[in-house]
Every structure is written in structure tokens, then in C-alpha cells.
Design a protein around this ligand. Structure first.
Ligand code: MGD
Ligand code: MGD
Ligand code: SF4
Ligand code: MO
Length: 662
């Protein structure tokens, strides 16, 4: 019996493997034996037809690929890197990489090639939360665990569809509800999650800052905030109070499109709840004001003192299985390793640790800026930027200009493959080992469940060979992921609050380690939490007469992003279609659209064809297309949050046209 962990989402459920069968690990604390459909189908995703099996190379992207070897491809990549100014080299990583893969790529890029252009798809996912956590609580640190909901009275889910995106956590919510937890869901769509809510608030897309500001304003005006806590532990109270004073409650409420009865019903539940957790994810993060949305939400917890106390706190729900681990080892271009920044002292510490004098003290390019930077070498690993970046037509045009695009992928049918010059296969989940950190700081080990298919290399090995080819054999002399993990553990000693050293690599698959459990205070220099006055600046793309609908995009329960792993598994195709567009019945009537009609959805940037799914479960003038439609980003706009550089995926202006009647 092998114990391992699911490789799909940030919940991080424990699995067991025996005699070719996969099941939930009953003794694993996160899931106690349960798995969702995706987790249970893990083995089916490993051996389908669409695996990338051979290294491939070509001179131009118009040419066909020629079969090659790892050695030949890696030599070509190293040669090109050596000839290229380091600021023109970039690594595009992923929150689905294992910690060891992430660590070694980061060490190679930032430490030895000397480019801080090492970023990740987490930029499109969690970067607004990262920036906000650093500003308000002092570090990229989630101050509570999922199981805290069993000690809370109220759970607010804002822009989070847990029933589809964090399924096993959602099952916990349902269990906690039976024990008295009340749940409020804030979403422009009446989602699967909203179905189990006590109060559902159909907020207008983009107005969450107003909603959370209304809470803060009322807490202050009615003297309901925790005065002692604020006095002793919180900065900027007067600033927030004065700022909120200037805002009109009526106008804020109007922007949310909620009526005062809805807000009052919510607020009386809020007032009477002793312990409150607010959880959120892409509905807030993916926004041109993503950081401010996070700050407005966290403000409510700082004011009420409902943080660092059992059953309380802001619970950012990370999506990818190792987005947290990636950030811990420095996977973002805006930070160095082990949560250190680019200040002189941090650069010195990391330089000493890696014994390198190449580290630059300037932040690198974010994933969302890289393609615009006239790069000469782009190494993409475990992610599909052409599929997932906004404004795809523009991104395709930019990617085509890069002289060397390398794609490291376990599967062959990514959308970025068309633009690659070199493709290297890697071993996916089940065929490799290494660690990952789930959304609430639990570090577990993925185990190899069988033989690696046709001697395909794991991601860490590919980066190691590239480092060797670049002349850094001594610095990258790892025999296995364990040696990388242990070096990383040693490195965490550079950061006073990281206690990852206490974990034991060999035990992690059956005895996960939760780091940061002793942290019960703010991690800012003065140990105080920071309030920020923020307001809704309505920076998103505006709808017009020509483009009158707001497009929302997001997940369905049984599919995983571009579907390279999930769309070929028959059991995962039963729940929902890959391609549909939710549209309100009143809007459909107005446009003469019937259920199942083929429609064209278009923005200023591009268009796609999909099928109408008529519903009352979405606000009028708002539509939803799942990201299992791989073309979705032809529509989306590429506005970014100014601080986090995260895209505004949930607010693009589009029009709809019926193609034919069924
Ligand atoms: N099945 C499945 N699960 C996944 C994934 C997957 O691909 N498939 N991906 C994982 C990843 S990487 C991530 S990041 C997470 C994402 O997890 P979620 O963020 O929960 O997933 P989304 O479907 O993007 O849901 C965002 C919700 O925000 C709502 N929303 C949109 N705009 C607004 C707004 O302005 N305000 C509010 N309040 N709500 C808004 C949308 O209607 C939607 O219901 O899921 C993870 N889990
Ligand atoms: N419109 C819109 N766009 C979005 C979002 C949205 O909500 N709306 N969400 C954003 C978010 S939150 C995210 S996280 C991104 C996700 O976007 P992506 O990261 O692009 O999506 P995936 O399909 O998960 O891509 C993972 C890739 O890794 C490959 N792979 C699988 N296993 C391995 C392995 O072991 N090694 C290697 N090297 N490769 C492997 C897969 O085949 C796949 O090509 O999308 C972002 N884009
Ligand atoms: S909830 Fe997430 S981690 Fe758990 S089984 Fe499902 S996909 Fe895997
Ligand atoms: Mo994500």
C-alpha cells in the first residue's frame, strides 16, 4: 500500500494506492477517506493517448517537429541561454509543480543565470491575495486552517464556488452546517455552492469592495469593532474611519445591486456571530482591483479582532495543489526564495546560502508581463500560457516573436505547443515523487505509484540537467528530490517564521506536516496588522451598447483547466459539458435565444462559438463561460491589477449573437 496525495486542487486530499486501485486515505486528516470525482480518477489521467513521450525540436514554428533526445534539446537550450542577455531569459512556472521542481528552477534562474524573470501561473490566480496578505498581516501567510470552520458560527464565501472548485472542503462545510454553522454566499451566480447557503447575496460583479466597506463602516459607526484589539494590535484605524466616513452607504449599496433588506438580513447574522471566517478565491483575486478587494475583506477581520483566534479569520482558498509551496520557494518574480524580498539584506542572505554572486536585486517580470518584454528565451513548465493568459489573440502574436520557446509538459495537447521550438516530456502525477503544500499549509509528499512511462524524466531532473549543461554541476548535484527538499528546508532557516525544518521528507506521505502552527501574531515589523482604506474605482472594462454583457469565467466540478488531464477521462465528462454559456432567461428571450442554440460570443478582442444554457441562476446582463472551453481567453481583457499584476478575468464586456435555431 502506497500513501500519496491528490495532484489536482489546493485542498490536498490523501490517497492510497494498492493493486492498481486508488482510494481515499481514511486516516489522512484533510479528507478522512473521501475523494471527489477528479481525485478518484487520478490513475485514468496518467496513461491516456495524449501523453507527450518524446523530446522534439524544430527551427521555426511553421516547421514540423523532429524527434530528438533530452541531451540534444537541453544542449540547444543551454547554448542559447549562454548567448542571451540574462534579462531576456524567462521561466514560466506553475502552481502545479512540486516544491523540489520549483526550488531548482528558481535557484537556477534567479541564483545562477541571474534573471529574476522566474514567475508562475499563480500570478493569474493568487497574486492579489499574496500582495494583500503581505500588506495587511505582514507575510504571505494563511492564518487559519480549513477545519476551523467547525469552530466558526458564520462562514462567508465571496467569489468562491467551493462545491465545484474545492469539493472536499465543501463537504466539510456541509458537515459543519449540520453542527450549526451558518453560510453566506456572495456571487453574481446562484452557484452549486449557493444552493447550500443560508443567505445568498447576488452581488453585481466587481462590487465586493463596496460590500466589505459597508461592513467595516457599520462596525465603526455602531461601535461594534473590537476597540481593545484595534488599540493594541492594529495600525491605520483613523485613516480607515475617516476614509469610510466620506463614502455614502447608499451609493455603495447601489453599486452592489443588493437591496437594503438583503444587506440588513446579512448584517444582523454577522453581528450576532461570535466566530466568523471569510473565504474567497477567484471572484475577488482575478480583478483589476484584486489587491484592494482582498484588503477590504481583511479589514473586516482586523476591525472585529476576528483573526488569530480559533474559528476566525480570512481564509484565502488557494486553487492549485502546490501554489503555496511554489510561493514558499520563491516562485514569483516579485520575491526571492523562502518569502524573502529583494532588499539588500535578503539578497545577501540568499547569495550566501546558494554561494552565488549573480542574484539581481531588481524584481523580475511577472508572468502577465513577460510576453510583452521581447524575450529571447522562454521556458514554460507545467502550465499553458496561451490557454490561460487573457486577450489570447494578442498573446499569440507576442509569443510568436520569441526566438526560443521551450515547453516542458507531460501531455501533448496544450495550446502553447503550437508556439514551441523545443518540447520536453515530463513525468506527471503518479510517476514521480516530491512535496506539495496545500491551501492551509499542510506539506505532503506525492509518491511514485508505478514505473515512469518510457523513462520520461521528472521536471526537477530536466532543470538539473539544464543547470549541469550551463556549467553548474556542483551547485545542482542532486541525486533525488529528497536532497533538494532537505536543502530547501535548510534554507527556510533564513526566515524566522518558517519552521519547515521540522518536517521529515520520508514521513510526509503518511504524516503530513503543517507549518506555521505556532504563528499567532501579525508578521509585520511592528507586529501589528495594517488596515487600508480602499474604494471601488470601477476600473474594469465597461459594458457599452455594442458589448452589453459582463462575461464571468470559472470552473466546473469535474474538469481541470485546459483539460489535458481531465477531458479525456470518460467519468469526468458526465457532470457538465465542456463548452456552454450560462445566460439569464430574460436576456435569452430578448435575443431570441433558445436552450442549446449555437451562439457567438464576442468582445473587442476576439470571439468564440458556444452553446446557450438558459438559466435563472445568473444575474441579468451577466454571462458565464467555463474555462473548460479552451478558447475562453480570446474574449477576456488584459487589464491588470496595478500592484499584483493579476488579470481582470471576471469582467470583460461582450456581445452575443445567435447563430441558428435548434
Ligand atoms: N473542478 C475544478 N476545481 C478547481 C480548478 C479546476 O480547474 N477545476 N482549479 C483550481 C484553481 S487553480 C483555482 S484558482 C480555484 C478557483 O476556485 P473558485 O474561485 O471558487 O472557482 P471559479 O469557478 O473561478 O469561481 C469563482 C466564482 O466567483 C464568482 N464571481 C465572479 N465575479 C465575481 C465578483 O465580482 N464578485 C463575487 N463575489 N463573485 C464573483 C463566479 O461566479 C464564480 O462562481 O479552483 C481550483 N479547483
Ligand atoms: N478566463 C480565465 N482564465 C484563467 C482563469 C480563469 O478563471 N478564467 N484562471 C487562471 C488560473 S487561477 C489558473 S491557475 C490558470 C491555469 O492555467 P494553466 O496552468 O495553463 O492550466 P492547466 O490546464 O492546469 O495547465 C497545466 C499544464 O501542465 C501540464 N502537465 C500536467 N502534469 C504535468 C507535469 O507533471 N509536468 C509538466 N511539466 N507538465 C504537466 C498539463 O498537460 C497542462 O498543459 O488559468 C488562469 N486563466
Ligand atoms: S477536493 Fe481537490 S484534492 Fe481533494 S480529491 Fe478533489 S481534486 Fe483532489
Ligand atoms: Mo488558479
Amino acid at each position: 500500500m502506497i500513501k500519496s496525495v491528490c495532484g489536482y486542487c489546493g485542498v490536498g486530499c490523501g490517497v492510497e494506492y494498492e493493486e492498481n486501485k486508488l482510494s481515499g486515505n481514511a486516516s489522512y486528516p484533510i479528507n478522512r477517506g473521501s475523494l471527489c470525482q477528479k481525485g478518484a480518477s487520478g490513475l485514468l489521467s496518467i496513461h491516456p493517448q495524449n501523453r507527450l513521450t518524446k523530446p522534439q525540436i524544430r527551427e521555426n514554428i511553421e516547421d514540423d517537429f523532429i524527434a530528438s533526445t533530452y541531451e540534444e534539446c537541453i544542449a540547444a537550450i543551454a547554448e542559447k541561454i549562454k548567448q542571451t542577455p540574462k534579462e531576456k531569459v524567462a521561466f514560466y512556472l506553475s502552481g502545479q509543480l512540486l516544491t523540489e521542481d520549483y526550488y531548482i528552477a528558481n535557484k537556477l534562474g534567479k541564483g545562477f543565470i541571474g534573471t529574476n524573470n522566474v514567475d508562475t501561473n499563480s500570478r493569474t490566480c493568487m497574486s492579489s491575495a499574496v500582495v494583500a496578505h503581505k500588506k495587511s498581516i505582514g507575510a504571505d501567510f494563511v492564518p487559519l486552517r480549513m477545519d476551523n470552520i467547525f469552530r466558526a458560527n458564520l462562514l462567508i464565501l465571496a467569489g468562491a464556488n467551493t462545491a465545484e472548485a474545492h469539493v472536499i472542503f465543501h463537504n466539510k462545510i456541509k458537515k459543519a452546517k449540520k453542527q450549526g454553522l451558518k453560510v453566506v454566499v456572495i456571487d453574481p451566480r446562484f452557484t452549486e455552492t449557493a444552493k447550500s447557503a443560508d443567505i445568498y447575496l447576488p452581488i453585481r460583479a466587481g462590487s465586493d469592495i463596496d460590500f466589505f466597506n459597508l461592513i467595516s463602516k457599520r462596525l465603526i459607526e455602531e461601535g461594534l469593532y473590537d476597540k481593545e484589539f484595534v488599540q493594541n494590535h492594529i495600525n491605520n484605524f483613523e485613516l480607515l474611519k475617516n476614509g469610510l466616513n466620506e463614502l455614502s452607504s447608499a451609493e455603495m449599496l447601489e453599486r452592489t445591486a443588493l437591496c437594503s433588506e438583503q444587506f440588513e438580513e446579512f448584517f444582523s447574522l454577522y453581528k450576532e456571530s461570535q466566530n466568523i471566517i471569510t473565504a474567497w478565491t477567484m471572484g475577488l483575486n482575478q480583478s483589476s482591483q484584486g489587491v484592494d478587494k482582498n484588503l477590504a475583506l481583511i479589514n473586516t477581520h482586523l476591525l472585529s479582532g476576528k483573526i488569530f483566534k480559533d474559528g476566525n479569520g480570512p481564509l484565502s482558498l488557494t486553487g492549485q495543489p502546490n501554489a503555496m509551496g511554489g510561493r514558499e520557494v520563491g516562485g514569483l518574480a516579485t520575491m526571492l526564495a523562502v518569502h524573502l524580498g529583494f532588499d539588500d539584506e535578503s539578497v545577501k542572505k540568499v547569495s550566501n546560502f546558494w554561494k552565488s554572486d549573480k542574484i539581481s536585486n531588481k524584481a523580475g517580470l511577472s508572468a502577465t508581463q513577460m510576453l510583452e518584454a521581447e524575450l529571447e528565451v522562454l521556458i514554460i513548465c507545467h502550465t499553458d500560457p496561451i490557454y490561460h493568459l487573457p486577450n489570447r489573440n494578442k498573446m499569440e502574436a507576442l509569443m510568436q516573436k520569441i526566438p526560443l520557446v521551450v515547453e516542458i509538459n507531460a501531455y501533448e495537447n496544450s495550446q502553447s505547443a503550437k508556439f514551441a521550438h523545443i518540447r520536453l516530456p515530463s513525468a506527471p502525477w503518479g510517476e514521480k515523487e516530491g512535496t506539495q503544500t496545500n491551501l492551509d499549509r499542510t506539506i505532503t509528499k506525492q509518491e511514485k505509484l508505478g514505473k515512469t512511462f518510457q523513462n520520461i524524466k521528472a521536471d526537477w531532473e530536466i532543470f538539473k540537467l539544464l543547470a549541469w549543461e550551463l556549467g553548474y554541476k556542483k551547485e545542482f548535484d542532486y541525486k533525488n528530490p529528497k536532497e533538494i527538499f532537505e536543502e530547501y528546508q535548510e534554507m527556510t532557516k533564513l526566515n524566522s517564521y518558517m519552521d519547515i525544518c521540522e518536517a521529515s521528507y520520508d514521513e510526509l506521505s503518511h504524516k503530513p506536516f503543517v507549518w506555521g502552527e505556532k504563528i499567532k501574531n501579525f508578521l509585520t515589523p511592528d507586529k501589528k496588522g495594517n488596515l487600508f482604506f480602499v474604494q471601488n474605482k470601477e476600473l474594469s472594462e465597461k459594458t457599452t451598447q455594442e458589448y452589453p454583457f459582463v462575461l464571468l469565467t470559472g470552473r466546473t466540478r469535474d474538469q481541470w483547466h485546459s483539460g489535458t488531464k481531465s477531458a479525456s477521462v470518460p467519468s469526468l465528462l458526465k457532470y457538465k459539458e465542456l463548452n456552454f454559456c450560462e445566460i439569464h432567461s430574460a436576456d435569452a428571450d430578448m435575443l431570441g435565444i433558445k436552450e442549446g442554440d449555437e451562439i457567438r460570443v464576442a468582445s473587442k478582442r476576439g470571439s468564440l462559438i458556444t452553446k446557450a444554457l438558459i438559466t435563472e441562476c445568473i444575474r441579468e446582463k451577466t454571462i458565464f463561460i467555463p474555462i473548460s472551453n479552451r478558447e475562453v481567453n480570446y474574449l477576456t481583457n488584459d487589464l491588470l491589477d496595478k500592484e499584483s499584476f493579476q488579470p481582470d478575468y471576471n469582467h470583460s464586456a461582450v456581445k452575443i449573437e445567435r447563430l441558428y435555431k435548434k
